[in-house]
Design a protein around this ligand. Structure first.
Ligand SMILES: O=C([C@H](O)CO)[C@H](O)[C@H](O)COP(=O)(O)O
Length: 207
């Protein structure tokens, strides 16, 4: 199981500083959608340059124009880029092909997909599938990772990621579902105790 540190709503320098502080407790580094939207591919390039040995995930959440967006991410140094599961099949297929051209990987964000769509995606694509409670669902609807459920109909060999307001409390429950990646942002980056929080999470996933 890997911890992916999601870096959102901060500057590139703050993102690098944050990731350096907790580097030993995290496995993958996500250049959050907010960083990509605010700073563009410079954010991905800077994080890869600062952490050449970590898996860098560009959370670009592609919906269209897949080849262009995925090429940008991989040329900037991303190892994984994200596409929305509700995107057209042509888009997802293009993401898969572009990633294959670069020897990189795709994460499909299942936000707002139906169980049937998630099943089809898991059977069709060799990608990481991310079960996700969105920031707006967390903030406006009060949902949290206790609402995260990994659909039972997914292909048994699919690699699963889980994201959305994960805390050390909800992580303990989540690890029993054995996801390949747990994506943690605010619980590490928006607390005064980032290092302790990351350390605790690492201990939880180690069991
Ligand atoms: O993908 C994310 C979200 O849509 C904001 O862009 C975050 O990476 C994900 O939610 C993890 O962050 P937290 O919810 O703060 O743990």
């Amino acid at each position: 199981m890997n911890i992916q540190l999601a870096l959102d709503r901060m500057t590139i320098d703050e993102a690098i500083k944050m990731a350096k502080q907790v580097e030993q407790y995290i496995d993958w580094i996500e250049v959050g959608t907010s960083l990509i939207k605010e700073y563009g591919m410079e954010s991905v390039k800077s994080l890869k340059a600062a952490f050449p040995d970590k898996t860098i995930v560009a959370d670009i959440k592609t919906m269209d124009n897949a080849k262009y967006e995925f090429k940008l991410c991989f040329e900037a140094g991303a190892d994984v880029a994200t596409v929305m599961g509700v995107a057209p099949d042509a888009t997802i297929q293009t993401c898969m092909e572009t990633a294959a051209d670069y020897g990189k990987h795709v994460m499909i964000d299942l936000l707002n997909t139906t169980e049937k769509r998630a099943e089809t995606l898991s059977e069709t694509y060799d990608a990481i599938l991310c079960v996700h409670v969105s920031k707006d669902q967390q903030e406006i609807e009060g949902q949290s990772t206790t609402s995260i459920r990994i659909p039972g109909n997914l292909h048994p060999e699919s690699l699963i990621a889980a994201a959305g307001g994960i805390t050390s409390k909800t992580l303990s429950e989540l690890v029993t579902l054995k996801p390949h990646v747990v994506i943690v942002g605010s619980a590490i980056t928006k607390t005064a105790h980032s290092v302790e929080s990351a350390k605790q999470m690492k201990e939880i996933i180690k069991g």
